[in-house]
Design a protein around this ligand. Structure first.
Ligand code: RB5
Length: 151
């Protein structure tokens, strides 16, 4: 499984630690930056790079970290076929996979500890989509994405 990683300055330190953790677990990681050098950057740049890599099939899923995890999700969800979820606890981590088939996990680097984020990541990576009635709901989102008019 290939995992695309990205962060802005609010999540860069946690991203570096997460990358080391995932690589230590034998996972393949594509790191889209930003480096943890204290420089202020724009989260949409990293969200869109990671989301496009997932949509193109270059990565199986993505993990994005900013201050809150909110801006990353807003930006990543602009890319068709990306289901980006902001997750701050382990229940939401499980349900984002089981019910929402989330393929991009968005984490808070400022308000959630590295330990909790690691737990969230472990659950996200090991939980399958349940399908069934949830597939019907996902299909409605996909149909909305495929409409040519903006409404
Ligand atoms: C950057 O200061 C901050 O706005 C960003 O990391 C994120 O929290 C946006 O949603």
């Amino acid at each position: 499984m290939k995992i695309a990683l990205g962060a802005d300055h609010g999540g860069a330190e946690q991203k570096e630690a997460l990358r080391a953790y995932l690589e230590g677990e034998g996972r393949q990681v594509l790191d889209f930056g930003a480096p943890a050098n204290g420089q202020s950057v724009d989260y949409p740049d990293y969200a869109l790079s990671v989301a496009r890599a997932v949509a193109a099939g270059e990565a199986d899923c993505g993990i994005l970290i900013c201050g809150t995890g909110i801006g990353m999700a807003i930006a990543a969800n602009k890319v068709c076929s990306v289901h980006a979820a902001t997750v701050t606890d382990t229940n939401a981590a499980r349900l984002s996979r089981q019910h929402n088939d989330a393929n991009v996990l968005c984490l808070s680097g400022r308000f959630i500890s590295p330990e909790t984020n690691r737990e969230i990541v472990d659950i996200f990576l090991s939980t399958d989509f349940e399908g069934g009635r949830h597939q019907r709901r996902i299909d409605k989102i996909t149909a909305a994405e495929n409409r040519s008019d903006p409404l």
